[in-house]
Design a protein around this ligand. Structure first.
Ligand code: PEP
Ligand code: MN
Length: 339
């Protein structure tokens, strides 16, 4: 059961609600976010919701059978919109394209990317400054100094930044320089990190663990939400299967599933999803048709020389063509004209 509280629910009203919830054998857990206050009630007894629904301070009561309740579509009529300042927002009613290199490599590259994105009307740039690498000897990112340069150029040009945070101690130092925290596939079930990101008033793009089920992804999102942050974007980025012909298997099925189960925006990352440059555009278009609300894609000025993930990065000509086709596909899909 999920109880939505009124905006001005008083301490005394809250105590009364708690008493009633406990009285019917349920355990109440309070949640306060940027958008509202809730009590998650867990228990097994059959309950007449009117017992709670008529109490002062209660706005609404929902019986939510899904294990991840706050992120569930079962209680929320509208879908979640994530404001990013000015007129920019992540929403199911507006298609978002986020592009940039796997890793931020140098200032010159940032300038080139920002120019490219602006020219193509892209408002979100991706780029790692803390990189999770399979080998400890690989480049692990420019760190916070790189993020400052990244941020300076993006801010000056009205471009938002999404960048990966790998551990709790990085949240504070990154906070003022990113617009969206990315949680990578390897940290998708790092519950301490998710808890902390729940205490931050910045959106979180949560990628699916490479061997996580979708319900595990939703449970990870529930960690963030239940700690107080509703601004979550779910992202399918490919999973490990028996298939070895390409890097990962982009699970397109995940997109309609997540959109049905949750009220959160759902993105796809076809770059990591397939891991082969020649197939990335096709998987981007397929993601659009599967219902994605946005795409996160890796691009590079010279992919052959990229420090990381060059094999799956589009060069700028390929990226421009992909943007054009993505927009056409979005228009074909739902008549929207604002990718
Ligand atoms: C990335 O976005 O560069 C990245 C490392 O992604 P993932 O966590 O999906 O591998
Ligand atoms: Mn990458």
């Amino acid at each position: 059961m999920l109880i939505q509280l009124t905006e001005n629910c008083s301490g005394q009203e809250l105590q009364e609600i708690y008493a009633v919830v406990k009285g019917i054998g349920y355990k109440p857990s309070p949640v306060k976010t940027q958008f509202g206050s809730y009590i998650i009630c867990t228990g097994k007894a059959r309950v007449d919701i009117r017992l709670v629904g008529n109490l002062a301070g209660v706005r609404d009561v929902h019986v939510v059978s899904d294990p991840s309740k706050l992120v569930s579509r079962l209680w929320k009529v509208n879908t979640t919109e994530i404001p990013l300042g000015d007129d920019m927002k992540i929403s199911r009613n507006r298609f978002t394209i986020g592009m940039g290199p796997c890793s931020i490599e140098n200032e010159e590259q940032v300038v080139q990317m920002v120019t490219f994105l602006k020219k193509n009307g892209i408002q979100l740039m991706r780029g790692g400054i803390f990189k999770p690498r399979s080998s400890p000897y690989s480049f692990r990112g420019l760190g916070i100094d790189g993020l400052k340069i990244f941020s300076e150029h993006c801010r000056a040009n009205g471009i938002r930044i999404v960048s990966e945070v790998m551990q709790v101690s990085q949240i504070g130092e990154m906070h003022d320089y990113v617009d969206i925290f990315q949680v990578g596939t390897r940290n998708s079930q790092n519950f301490n990190l998710l808890d902390e990101l729940g205490r931050v008033d910045k959106p979180v793009l949560l990628k699916r663990g490479m061997s996580s089920t979708l319900d595990e992804l939703l449970a990870s999102a529930e960690y963030i939400f239940s700690n107080g942050n509703e601004k979550i974007i779910l992202c399918e980025r490919g999973i490990r299967t028996f298939e070895k012909a390409y890097r990962n298997t982009l699970d397109l099925n995940a997109i309609p599933y997540l959109k049905e189960k949750s009220h959160l925006p759902v993105f796809s990352d076809p770059s990591h999803g397939v891991g082969v440059r020649a197939y990335v555009e096709a998987m981007a278009l397929a993601s659009v048709m599967a219902g994605a609300d946005g795409l996160l894609m890796e691009i590079h000025e010279t992919p052959e020389r990229a420090i990381s993930d060059g094999d799956q990065s589009l060069n700028l000509m390929e990226a421009e063509r992909a943007i054009h086709r993505i927009r056409e596909t979005v228009r074909f899909r739902d008549g929207l004209n604002h990718a």
